[in-house]
Design a protein around this ligand. Structure first.
Ligand SMILES: Cc1ncc(COP(=O)(O)O)c(C=O)c1O
Length: 425
């Protein structure tokens, strides 16, 4: 199987250090420039960026590690192959461990399928949740065992099912009887997890929340069908997206599962992604409670956005500026078609700084930041800098590791990290 090149992502591995926060890309920016943004017409309150990695102010004593780090900073500034990502693996490891407290991590490959990210998950003994053959083949290409994969998307391409089984993937999430039969017709001894509808449990009306999941009563019927047919019913899964993720909803869903599956021991309870920084002791206690009451062996967690976002930054170049009416515009070589779509779909205000060695001025310069394509939608909002921007300047867009690399297109003829071709069947 063809291996993917590691293009587009610089591995910023701080393995050899004591993990000091100074050795982060954030530290790097602060050392050279005080130009921290942000102003934007969009509300920051709607954005949940839970893990803010604090920089210690240690300008006074330079350790060996710091000197080494500064050499890497030069590499970032001198690397003209923008846009590219910086992957802070040490921070990734910390967060991975954090989420592992709550259950076995099945990393959602859809969040970022870069080979270096997949290898980092594998090195931490993580498992993977995949949505298609493309994900499966990528994982197999780096030597991940198919036993560590869970085919999660509830409705799957028939060819994809056949191929996945051939590759040795044996664990499937389903939410209809039709899907059970589609998979089951291939062979016996397949493991199934049933995804329940959170919209049904929480009585949510918005149609988008009804896209996946089976009502809890029907989940019991489906579990019976699976067991009576000689297949393996492993357990239950659900996914509370970030917009509705809170303790109240979480505990309502868990209580409902506990009530309806009482007396039946489940091997697995998969509580999905959406986990954020609020996910702490009260959630932990609730998980323990259901684990005991249903005699569950394994709790599965699938953190995507909040595992990846805080560990990966994007470095971009300014390709030109223009004064148009009262506004200054700066055009950079990445935008929503390079995966920075969260500005549009989540009102996300990015944290953007100049990678620069010169002293910041006392003045503030405001820019409307645009991606490189001609599309008017390719726009990231208004940002302030303590320095005028010029073509060739490098900017660092922090905390943008999830749902960016995977959303890169080739729209406008730009190579936004390469077009992947989707599910290759
Ligand atoms: C089933 C499932 N698990 C995990 C995730 C990752 O969620 P998040 O990135 O919100 O943590 C998703 C995202 O869509 C999902 O659908």
């Amino acid at each position: 199987m063809k291996k993917e090149p590691s293009e587009g992502l610089i591995d910023f591995n701080v393995d050899q250090t004591d993990g000091d926060d100074l050795l982060t890309a954030e530290g790097f920016v602060r050392l050279f420039s005080e130009t921290i943004m942000i102003s934007s017409p969009k509300s920051i309150a709607t954005v949940r960026t839970p893990y803010v990695w604090k920089m210690k102010n240690q300008k006074d004593h330079k350790t060996m590690e710091q000197k080494e780090f500064e050499l890497k900073q030069e590499k970032f500034i001198n690397n003209d192959k923008t846009p590219f990502f910086i992957f802070r693996k040490e921070e990734f490891r910390k967060l991975f461990k954090h989420f592992s407290q709550f259950g076995k991590v099945f990393y959602p490959v859809k969040a970022n399928d870069h080979i270096e990210v997949l290898k980092a998950v594998d090195a931490l003994s993580g498992c993977f949740e995949v949505d298609g053959i493309y994900h499966i083949e990528r994982l197999l290409s780096i030597g991940v065992s198919p036993e560590k994969l869970q085919f999660s998307i509830p409705i799957k391409k028939p060819n994809g099912v056949k191929k996945a089984l051939k590759y040795g993937v044996n664990r499937f999430i389903i939410d209809t009887e039709e899907e059970y039969l589609k998979i089951r017709q291939n062979r016996k001894n397949i493991q199934f997890i049933i995804r329940v509808s959170i919209a049904d449990i929480l009585n949510i009306k918005e149609v988008c929340y009804h896209k996946w999941g089976i009502p809890i009563k029907k989940a019991i019927e489906l579990a019976n069908i699976i067991e009576n047919d000689g297949s393996h019913f492993l357990g239950i899964s659900f996914y509370l997206s970030q917009e509705i993720f809170n303790y109240e909803n979480f505990s309502t869903v868990l209580d409902c599962i506990a009530k309806n599956f009482k007396g039946r021991s489940l091997s697995v309870l998969d509580i999905g992604g959406g986990l954020d920084d609020s996910f702490s002791s009260n959630f932990h206690n609730k998980i323990k409670e259901i684990k005991e009451s249903l005699n569950i062996d394994t709790i599965i967690v699938e953190p995507g956005r909040n595992l990846l976002d805080p560990c990966i930054d994007m470095v971009v170049s300014v390709i030109g500026t223009a004064k148009r009416g009262d506004n200054m515009w700066a055009y950079i070589d990445a935008g929503i078609y390079s995966g920075l779509l969260d500005y549009v779909i989540k009102d996300k205000v990015f944290e953007i700084s100049i990678l620069d060695r010169t002293e910041p001025s006392s003045k503030t310069y405001k820019y409307l930041l645009s991606g490189p394509t001609s599309d008017a939608l390719d726009f990231l909002g208004e940002y302030s800098f303590k320095k005028q921007l010029n073509a060739g300047d490098k900017l660092i867009i922090k905390n943008c590791g999830a749902y960016t690399f995977v959303l890169g297109t080739h729209f406008g003829g730009f190579n936004h990290f390469g077009f992947k071709g989707g599910d290759l069947l």
